[in-house]
Write a protein that binds this ligand. Structure first.
Ligand SMILES: *Cc1c(COP(=O)(O)O)cnc(C)c1O
Length: 368
């Protein structure tokens, strides 16, 4: 049996495009602004180890993941890389951080105390980032906690602060006023830590204002081809190329319906293709067709085909009335040059981040 016969979905991850995206971000950043790689959630679904390896090869100086487990998996793979965990330091984990040379992002006064105590007990300085909340209200020291730290910085003793950081809530909306307010608060906090490095911008933040760049930016999404400038054309190259096969072609008759719930009815005879792609593959059920919702699309070469009816677990159906040459076994593009992650997300009220991190396990994955 040919290898190509064993799978029906093919996900190719273009590490050269990832590399080009990294370099583009470097060229956008002010001089002396390091570009870290955010590779949490399995590098946004694309494969943390492969992405990590490639970014190390091209000199990426710092990595961020969400959880300690994610960091440990990377540490097993590479002994020297700088790996930081955004999710903070829950009590009891500090020994593991220190033993494996993983850097915590300290989000609370308790995190700072725990890590300072750990440094004391091992009698060496331990690295950490310190996260200040500036309006996201998710993680990081509150304004009051920040003030207490500023007034008494002695509690940082023993901690080798890699950078102080904050995170934008609305950087993808270039008109949103919260971004500048967050940047102002961050600048005010920064003034109290003149000798410590600073990090503020995510992917979109890098494209907004050079004043947000500081010493280190923390892009994730743009590395993977997501558009950091949603109001403008996407400057990034697509990294995920996903295609899947046509399993069956049929002509549905006027008056019939298609799929679960019989939710889509035909007002004329219609040629359709049933494709090997479903919500179990991360093709979201919200890509189903609904009245008054834009249709999600798959592409045959560069011709779009509308998704019709419900997305089911393993299957989706598309209207191919306009492509008479399409036949069973042909491949349709889900993500790639015709349709980026932002384009697919937009049809279904979600964001490209969710499209990427939902990518399923059944695809034949290849790295080029
Ligand atoms: C996820 C994350 C990033 C990366 O954001 P993108 O929008 O993907 O560039 C940066 N910083 C923090 C704190 C994050 O949680």
């Amino acid at each position: 049996m040919q290898d190509s016969m064993t799978y029906s979905g093919s996900l190719t991850i273009d590490l050269k495009a990832l590399e080009d995206n990294y370099r583009l971000l470097q060229s956008v950043a002010v001089q002396n602004c390091a570009i870290a790689g955010v590779i949490k959630a399995n590098a946004y679904g694309l494969g943390a180890i492969q992405v990590f390896d490639r970014l190390i090869t091209i000199g990426c100086p710092q990595f961020f993941v969400a959880t300690l487990d994610e960091a440990l998996a990377l540490r097993d793979h590479h002994h020297n890389a700088n790996i930081a965990v955004l999710g903070g330091l829950f009590t009891g984990a500090e020994n593991t951080y220190a033993a494996h040379n993983i850097t915590p992002v300290l989000n609370t006064p308790q995190d700072i105390q725990t890590w300072a105590a750990m440094a004391k007990s091992v009698q060496r300085k331990l690295p950490a980032f310190i996260h200040f909340d500036t309006g996201m209200n998710r993680l990081g020291l509150s304004a009051d906690e920040a003030k207490a730290l500023i007034d008494d910085q002695s509690i940082l003793e023993g901690i080798d602060v890699q950078a102080i950081m904050s995170h934008f809530a609305c950087a993808d909306d270039h008109t949103h006023a919260l971004t500048q307010s967050q940047a102002d608060q961050f600048a005010a906090i920064s003034a109290h830590f003149p000798t410590i490095k600073k990090s503020l911008a995510n992917s979109s933040g890098l494209f907004l204002d050079k004043a947000y760049h500081y010493d280190m930016a923390r892009p994730g999404y743009a590395l993977y081809g997501g558009n950091p400038t949603p109001h403008l054309n996407n400057p990034m190259k697509p990294v995920a190329h996903l295609k899947t096969r046509v399993l069956q072609i049929r002509v549905c008759k006027k008056g019939e319906s298609i799929g679960y719930g019989a939710s889509y009815g035909f007002d004329k005879d219609t040629r359709t293709a049933t494709v090997a792609l479903g919500y179990a593959d991360g093709f979201l059920r919200s890509h189903s067709s609904y009245p008054h919702k834009p249709n999600a699309k798959l592409f045959f070469e560069d011709t779009p085909c509308d998704v019709i009816g419900r997305v089911s677990m393993d299957l989706v159906t598309v209207d191919i009335s306009h492509i008479p040459q399409l036949k069973q076994g042909d491949w349709l593009e889900v993500l790639g040059f015709n349709q980026g992650v932002d384009d697919l997300a937009e049809t279904s009220g979600t964001i490209g981040y969710e499209i990427l991190t939902s990518l399923g396990a059944r695809y034949k994955r290849a790295y080029i």
